[in-house]
Structures are given as C-alpha cells and as structure tokens.
Design a protein around this ligand. Sequence first.
Ligand code: FAD
Length: 473
Amino acid sequence: MIIDLNIQNNKNIPNLLYDACIVGAGAAGITIANELGASGLNVALIEAGSTDFTDESQDVYKGKITGDPYIPLDITRLRYLGGSTNHWGGMCRTFEKIDFDRDYLGEEYRWPIKYNEIYNYLEKACEILEIANDFEYLDSNLNNVKPIKYQTSSVRFKEKYQSRLSNSPNITLFINSNLQDIKGNNEEIKTIEVQSYTNNLLTIRAKKFVLAMGGIENSRYLLWFKKKHGGKYFDPTTPIGKYWMEHPIFTLGRAFVKNSVYVKQFYSIKEKPQKINNILGCSFRMHGASSSETKQMLKNLICVAPNFGKKIAKLLNKRIICGIKFRGSWEQSPAKTSYVSLLNESDRFGISKVNLTWSKNALDRKTIKKSIKVFNEWFLKDNIGRIKLDEWLINDLDYPKNDELGGQHHMGGTRMSNNRKYGVIDKNCKVFGSKNLYIAGSSIYVTGGYQNPTLGIVQFSLRLSDHLKSMLV
Ligand SMILES: Cc1cc2nc3c(=O)[nH]c(=O)nc-3n(C[C@H](O)[C@H](O)[C@H](O)COP(=O)(O)OP(=O)(O)OC[C@H]3O[C@@H](n4cnc5c(N)ncnc54)[C@H](O)[C@@H]3O)c2cc1C
C-alpha cells in the first residue's frame, strides 16, 4: 500500500504498531523493507519525497560545502522514491578482502566484522541488482597490478519496486513523509513524527527503527537528534558525522600506450604493494584521447624530445600506439577532518541544514602517488607505454578544481566499530546507547575501498535484515 501524506493525515490512517519502521526508500531502505516484508513482518517505509522528482523535496537537500571543492549537495543526490539510484551510473564492484584488513594503518581503520560476513550476501545482492557475480579475471599476472572487472546494473529501485511495494500485503510506503522527530523513553524510541509538504503530521509506532536516508542525511539527523534530545536516545559522545569519505576522481596524466587493447580497462594495485607502502586502494582507467588531444600531446613531446616525438608520430600514424587520458579513482582515508555538521540555518521543517566539510589529507595524496609508481613500474617493465603525469601531481600542487572531483559516493559519518571512540554503531548496525535504532547505507562504512559503494550497501542491508528478522520473526 502507498499512502501519500500530502493528501491523507493522522485521522484516516490506521494507528498500527509496526514491527519495523524504515526511514528512507533508496537502495538500502527498499532492500530492508522487502526482506522484512517477505518474512511476514509488518513494515512502515517512510519516504520524504514523492514517487517522482519534486522541487519541494529536492530543495530540502540544499546545504553548504566547506573544505575541498565538492558537488552541490542538492545535485549529488536525489530525494524521492528510489533515492540516488534514480540517477546512478550502475557500476558495481564488491568489497575486497583487504578492505576488512586495514589494521596496518591503525585502529581507526578496523572493521568490527570480517570480510566473509559481508561476502555471504554477495550472490543475493547481485540478484537484486541484476548483475553477474563475476568480478575477477582469473588468468592475469601483471606483477603488482591487477585488471579488475565491474558489472553494470540497470536497476533503478523506484522502477523495479514501486508496484511491488504498492501491492505488498506487509509493507506500507508513506510518501511525502519527512522525518521530523523521535519520541520514547530513555534509550528506546517508541514513535517517530513525520510531516508532509501540506503540513499533515503523522505519528508512527514501531518496535525497531532504521535510518536509511543516505550517506549525508543519516549523519545530519543523528546530529540533529543529539542537538534536540542530548543523550536521551543514544550515546551523544560518539564521532557522529566524522570520518566522512568520498572516492577522489581525477585525471592524473596522459600517455601513449602500445595499442587500444588497454583502453577502457580498469586496473587496481594488489594487496602486497598496498601494505608495503602503507597506502589504501586505488583504481586506474585509461580513456582514449580525442585526435586533437593526441595531437597536442605529440606537440608537447616534440618540444622536449624531437627525435623521440617523430618516432611516436610514425607509430601513431600506423595505429600501433594510441594517446590516452590516465585517470584514477581511489580510496580516501577515514579522518575526523572530513565531516558532516549542522548549520545555524533551518530547512522548511525547522531542522538544521547540513554543512559538508570534505577534506583530503596527506595519506590520500600518498595513496595516489605511490599507486601510480607501482602502476608505472608495470608499464615500463612490460613496455606498454609512457605516462606523463599532470603538473599538480609532479609539483604537489592543489587538486584540480575543474575535474570530476569525486564519485558522488557518500560514505562514513555513522561508522561501525567495537569502540565508541571510533564509531557510532556496533557491528549489528545499532546506534551505540540505543535499544532499537539502526543505520543502513554507506554512512556505516569504516573504510570505503576504491570501488563504487552500492553493491556493498545492498549486501549490508541484507545482513541487517537478517539481524532484524532474528529478533522479530
Ligand atoms: C550521479 C551519481 C552516479 C552514481 N553512480 C554510481 C555507480 O555507478 N555505482 C554505485 O555503486 N554508486 C553510484 N552512485 C552512488 C549511489 O547512487 C548511492 O550509493 C546509493 O544510491 C545510495 O543508496 P541509499 O539508499 O543508501 O541512499 P539514497 O539513495 O540517498 O536514499 C535515501 C532515501 O532517503 C530519503 N530521505 C532523505 N531524507 C529523508 C527524511 N528526512 N525523511 C524520509 N526520507 C528521507 C530520500 O528521499 C531517499 O529516497 C552514484 C551517485 C550519483 C549521485
């Protein structure tokens, strides 16, 4: 059933006690609602937006950016049924074993769970995203570099699930329903309050509550509830909003490479050189350069090395080599200096607007520089080509401002840990100091890997669903 709170209000909506109330109907929220609903549990799924894009909902996503340049916060996410999967690229790759084994970098990198606990959900997550569970090339041996496989999902959660949610006997989807407040006794939430754009109010009762509002809003709302209620419902001393992460994405240089076999292929750096160099994960991609870009590269080369340039020109003419743009997307270190906070200004519902301070640090720079070195060693050894790095990397200048900047992957802020000093939720995704409040989505990530986050979001959502079922069914 779908209930539109813009039209209906408290008086004509039955006052049920739901088994679970999930706030946010994106990839995370819809996955959990489907899982619980399929087990016969009674679920309220709360969505701030409508079934389609509306300005009034999207406007609430406006916020401020401080720190490193970033994409405006009302552009980098979508606030309606299906969430950001309405405009995602669908590129999927799962976590790797080393992602849960970063202790060599310190306690802040320690996951409270092992890789297998999330790997167990990979097959089912691939089914939901309608992709093959096939991410490795088994026959490659490129020393310290490995070619990596992505799968592309064409699933948009709204398109795939809207009618199923509407027909589900166990799930009630409330649209145009903005989370406003939580109420209950000490450490236990009994009800949440939601409000529509027409100012209809609704109280929803449930046994368990899950915030699945995306990688910025999960932090924003915990910060807001902490501001409003102090330590009444959860531990307010944990690092809420801190350790926010992205995947920096930049053009790193240009290259002439042997032939187009290598173009459009993704590569990463193997575990051993990551550990030896004390760095994080990184992926590289070579994009074919346009003919005008290639001509410019050749001109630049001829200026500094005329004879070598002429040799290259001949090989280019014969299409034995080609010009490429060398791009990188890499894992950012979790650090307190990158964080979500609240502004003094409020949104239309009286909730503090969000401020995002994205900040890349020395380890982020070291990760990309050392990874390039490892990659280049393979390039030279196998005589694949020659890379000319861009000036900002050679001379340690600021990151370019006119590039992609980041993958629009919002991670961290409500991270998992065994230690309240470093995390906001425990290994079962329950907020520290709460009896019944859980978090879903990539805000729970301790480290983000180099890979796109949504396949992992679905895996973690399936795992949380199993945990909730173990208590509710
Ligand atoms: C342009 C772009 C391209 C991307 N490409 C890829 C890609 O190729 N591969 C990949 O893995 N990832 C990609 N991503 C990231 C991916 O879209 C997200 O990781 C994923 O959609 C997050 O899902 P989620 O359910 O955690 O959060 P969201 O999708 O943000 O869903 C949160 C939901 O909560 C609702 N909500 C928010 N506030 C409230 C409130 N107060 N009350 C009630 N409901 C609320 C929102 O309306 C939304 O429906 C891309 C993102 C962008 C922007």
